[in-house]
Design a protein around this ligand. Structure first.
Ligand SMILES: [Zn+2]
Length: 80
């Protein structure tokens, strides 16, 4: 298992990091997490709240996808 001295969550691919980014925003709509970066220490990806907002996240927000997803997540939780 890989580990990082930064103690941050590790993502092994850009895709994985982007999905996590979207998920965080679905869960916490005011999340300050904006994008991901490649770590100098472990060579994997971490999420960060500094820098430019990720394009995938920006597009999802503009398309209203975050709202849609959080609504469906709400109902999924409520019905299960
Ligand atoms: Zn790292």
């Amino acid at each position: 298992m890989s580990d990082c001295p930064s103690k941050k969550n590790i993502y092994h691919s850009e895709q994985e990091a982007k999905e996590a980014l979207i998920r965080i925003h679905v869960k916490y709509q005011n999340s300050a997490t904006r994008t991901f970066y490649t770590c100098d220490q472990c060579g994997h990806f971490h999420l960060t709240s500094s820098g430019e907002i990720d394009d995938t996240l920006k597009q999802a927000q503009q398309a209203g996808r975050i709202d849609q997803l959080s609504e469906s997540e709400y109902w999924t939780r409520k019905l299960s």
